[in-house]
Design a protein around this ligand. Sequence first.
Ligand SMILES: *Cc1c(COP(=O)(O)O)cnc(C)c1O
Length: 418
Amino acid sequence: MQTEKSSRLYKEAIELMPGGVSSPVRAFKPNPFYVSKAAGSKLFDVDGNEFIDYCLAYGALILGHANPEVKDALKEQLERGWLYGTPIELEVKYAKLIRKFYPSIEMLRFVNTGSEATMSALRLARGFTGKDKIVKIEGSFHGSHDAVLVKAGSGATTFGIPNSAGVPSDFVKNTLQVPFNDTEKLSELLEKNKDVACVIMEPVMGNSALIIPEGDYLKEVRRITKENDVLLIFDEIITGFRLSLGGAQECYGVKPDITTLGKIAGGGFPIGIYGGRKEIMSRISPSGDVYQAGTFSGNPMSLIAGYTTVKILERDRIVERTAEKTKKLCCGIRDLLNDKEGIELGQISSMFCIYFGKTPKNYHEALRLNKEAYMNFFRKLLEHGVFFPPSQFESCFMSYAHTEEDIERTIEAFSSAI
Ligand SMILES: *Cc1c(COP(=O)(O)O)cnc(C)c1O
């Protein structure tokens, strides 16, 4: 594998940007590869290498890279301008489409990133209930704003700083934590604390490895939050349009009060969405007293890419068909893991994860995974032209653009790397 150009660029980047990157998990040793183009299931780097991509911008791309239909829609929009700072028809069309798949979302607002969506959803929950405390799940990741940078997953855990410096303890004294898959601890906490506005959670955790809810856990969480008069926020920024068109809430039959969407919803462009019951959402400015605003919110490029993507997902049953492809790959991987002690595989829909250790059911167990072994495996895969996320704590994703040949090549690469 040639790495000359990438390593030269990285040397320069390290002097120009912290860790040489624009977002932490992208940095790995000896150096990340610099992408020059992408198409379908593949990334191509500046040194002429080609990689089958299972990171897919951390789950944002379910159609693969540079989908031609999305590209055409974007081009057509470009011709008509790309930022107006006024309402557009597409907002109405896209909002209606989202509401069709997410009956829990009666009203919504478009924002620019997932972080912004969860930040705004938390403010809204507090404004609506008049209570200050929030409960999050240990190891869940909701973006990089103060209130949720406590035992946060993703890059925060990868780099050993789940509690970030620079977040005043006063800002997070109202952030309480419970373990995933544990309804008893949640019940106890909510009975003890009567000033909790909401519970925010990833219904399937995708940022502390992949952690799947057990049995009726999510239904129980819904029951407990209701009984305690606490709002339930599902952060479906990964799971939305991935587990099914209607997200984890559709798969598990649970109706949250507020939902956040992002990633796939922007079709490869920056987006965040938060929505929920009309009574709650009406509290947002200008119809209500909870302030939130943004220059680029609901911008035409993100909306056209997202809208076109979701229309394709619906028309071609992409979500189910991508899950089938993932099952096929995972079958092949399972066969290879049969005689391997201490390496396990988790899969749900088109998300999967190789655990170097036991399949975790919460953050505490995820922290016990062998991240050095994972990184060795990751580097070996890379040499064989397969790109998994560069951290044990991220989950792998499949796209509809992945082919039979990709799956075969990946299983071969996996076999050599393992
Ligand atoms: C990626 C992610 C976010 C943050 O979204 P950004 O667009 O990166 O700000 C929030 N919550 C979850 C569950 C995510 O996976």
